[in-house]
Design a protein around this ligand. Structure first.
Ligand SMILES: NC(=O)C1=CN([C@@H]2O[C@H](COP(=O)(O)OP(=O)(O)OC[C@H]3O[C@@H](n4cnc5c(N)ncnc54)[C@H](O)[C@@H]3O)[C@@H](O)[C@H]2O)[C@H](O)CC1
Ligand SMILES: [K+]
Length: 537
């Protein structure tokens, strides 16, 4: 797995390197030289490609850019350097001052050899445009220092970069971070960011490159490590490979693979009801290999459950005695999908979670279960504290999307989205247990280790996909013959993401192809079974 770092950790790695006596400017020279090698490698199929347009900002990312310009010219490339703002240009006496910042040293080297540069916005657009024909566009505007909504000047420059690069069909190479992406959180403001084909990630892989908006801007990420940092503890791990399953023992029987109880699929007076949620969860649990499944749902849906899952047992979700009895014989209870949000549903939720705790049964709390948990956090804090204590010793998984997480933390969705890494840690601190924060680049916090899920796509954001995921989660947790990794929350997230990617892959016959828009939850269980098979070979 690839280690992911937050920006403080990256700065720490660089600081520790300089503290050992290594020169920071030498590091910048090395960074720039390595980037030049990767750029040349990227266009090696087109040997006639020798025109670059390098856009430089006024921080150290810009410093990298000035040196990249200079080195490419030393190698015979025709290079135009576009300076974002005149105020970053050294005036003549600055040019003679050898003492100052790395970025200025870089600029001085580039300009002392009379590299040709143009100041964006100072020259009329059409006058500038004639200099902008190139095969490679290099984004050295902002790196890990970009930490807020872009100023007008930054937004204008980023927009121009994307415009001219597209006009010249140039390869877009982002240095360290695509400008406009916040390296800490993956945020992009109003779609203003460099749409890189390649991101050359310096020193260490930034966590923000793999979650939220960043996924649409990073292109292919290549690491340029530059300094040793194996002793630094990463903030998260990038998950892209699911854990393989061992073949099942011949002398096993379905009892070995656990009994899953799905509690949901309710019908609140007058509503159509949400039987589908329970059916999706149940069929996904079976697809993930659960031995036995019982669905405690509104009896109006028992027929539908049996039609889609003949081997499932059903129970009325309001039959508290019956459900409590069944909880005792289940390995895992997944509660919340389509349970409803009225007072009765809240009471059922609390009663069944209480019973699961009394009988040491594993829990998955999703959807309306999370809704009630957030309400009970204020209304019945002792119950929530008891669940937190229980979650320290037993498997309890919470699987919110950003909206549910916001309600659980009694805050706004925006505050979750602006730092998802911090949000998932707050949830775990407050409620205990293991957490999944769904969304682009889902985050998993399991056994206090943070993971970013690199599989899956926007198609998984459709209705019912969360119910499928809860089912896969329950199905894996129920199987006592699986090891910790194979039964883990991150394994469920990977399986779910892989199924979504398989369903929307483009290199299959058109008749079977499903677009991300067309992806539906009921397509998933069959593919989950397929993924389970490929992981068991
Ligand atoms: N020796 C080294 O330290 C090395 C650094 N590397 C490169 O340096 C950048 C990080 O450089 P830094 O100066 O910290 O930040 P940036 O270059 O990203 O520029 C930030 C610059 O821009 C301003 N700014 C921040 N946010 C915004 C915004 N939203 N709108 C407008 N302006 C903004 C901010 O005020 C700063 O002035 C790193 O990414 C590497 O590329 C290398 O690792 C080599 C060694
Ligand atoms: K950049």
């Amino acid at each position: 797995m690839i280690a992911l770092y937050n920006t403080e950790q990256v700065y720490q790695i660089e600081k520790a390197w300089f503290a050992q006596g290594h020169d920071s400017f030498a590091l910048m020279q090395q960074a720039a030289w390595q980037c030049v090698q990767r750029i040349i490698h990227a266009v090696q199929q087109k040997p006639q490609t020798k025109r670059a347009c390098v856009w430089v900002g006024h921080g150290n990312n810009g410093g990298d850019g000035w040196l990249i310009s200079h080195y490419l010219q030393k190698l015979g490339w025709q290079v135009t350097t576009v300076v974002m703002s005149a105020d970053s240009l050294l005036d003549m006496d600055d040019m003679l001052d050898a003492s100052d910042s790395d970025a200025h040293k870089a600029q001085r080297i580039a300009r002392q050899h009379r590299d040709n540069f143009h100041v964006f916005q100072q020259e009329a657009r059409d006058a500038l445009a004639v200099h902008l024909a190139a095969d490679v566009y290099v984004d050295a505007l902002f790196g890990i220092g970009f930490d807020r909504a872009p100023t007008a000047q930054a937004a204008h420059t980023i927009g121009a970069f994307n415009h001219y690069a597209a006009q010249h069909q140039a390869l877009k190479v982002a240095i360290d971070v695509p400008s406009g992406v916040v390296a800490q959180t993956g945020q992009v403001f109003d779609g203003v960011a460099i749409r890189a084909d390649i991101t050359l990630c310096l020193v260490a892989r930034k966590q923000g490159l793999h979650t939220k908006d960043a996924l649409d801007y990073i292109g292919r990420v290549t690491d340029i490590p530059l300094v040793p940092h194996s002793d630094s503890v990463p903030n998260a791990w990038l998950l892209s490979q699911a854990y393989p399953f061992a073949a099942r023992q011949n002398n096993s029987h379905k009892g070995s693979y656990g009994h899953v109880l799905i509690v949901g699929g309710n019908r609140i007076d007058g509503s159509q009801g949400m039987g589908g949620a329970a059916i999706l969860a149940a069929s996904s649990a079976m697809a993930a290999g659960a031995g036995k499944i019982t669905v405690a749902c509104h009896d109006a849906f028992h027929g539908a459950v049996l039609t889609s899952l003949p081997d499932a047992m059903t129970l009325d979700v309001h039959d508290t005695q019956g459900v409590r009895g069944l909880i005792q014989s289940a390995q895992v209870v997944a509660i919340g999908m389509g349970l409803g949000r009225d007072a009765t549903a809240e009471h059922l939720f609390q009663a069944y979670v209480q019973t699961a705790m009394e009988h040491q049964v594993a829990l998955i709390i999703d959807a309306d279960g999370l809704y009630h948990l957030a309400t009970l956090d204020k209304k019945a804090p002792d119950f929530v504290q008891a669940l937190k204590a229980y979650a320290q010793r037993h498997s309890v998984r919470f699987t919110p999307h950003s909206g549910e997480a916001a309600r659980l933390l009694h805050t706004e969705v925006a505050s979750i989205e602006q730092n998802r890494f911090a949000a998932i840690r707050k949830c775990a601190q407050h409620y205990g247990g293991d957490w999944l924060l769904k969304g682009a680049g889902s985050l998993v916090l399991e056994e206090d280790v943070l993971y970013v899920c690199a599989v899956g796509n926007a198609g998984l954001a459709s209705a019912g996909m969360g119910d499928v995921l809860s089912g896969v989660n329950a199905g894996l947790m129920a199987q006592q013959d699986l090891d910790t990794d194979q039964r883990s929350l991150r394994q469920a997230v990977l399986l779910h993401g892989m199924a979504g990617d398989t369903l929307t892959q483009t290199d299959i016959p058109a008749t079977w192809r499903i677009g991300q828009r067309g992806l539906q939850a009921q397509d998933m269980p069959a593919v989950i079974r397929h993924e389970m098979t490929t992981l068991s070979e």
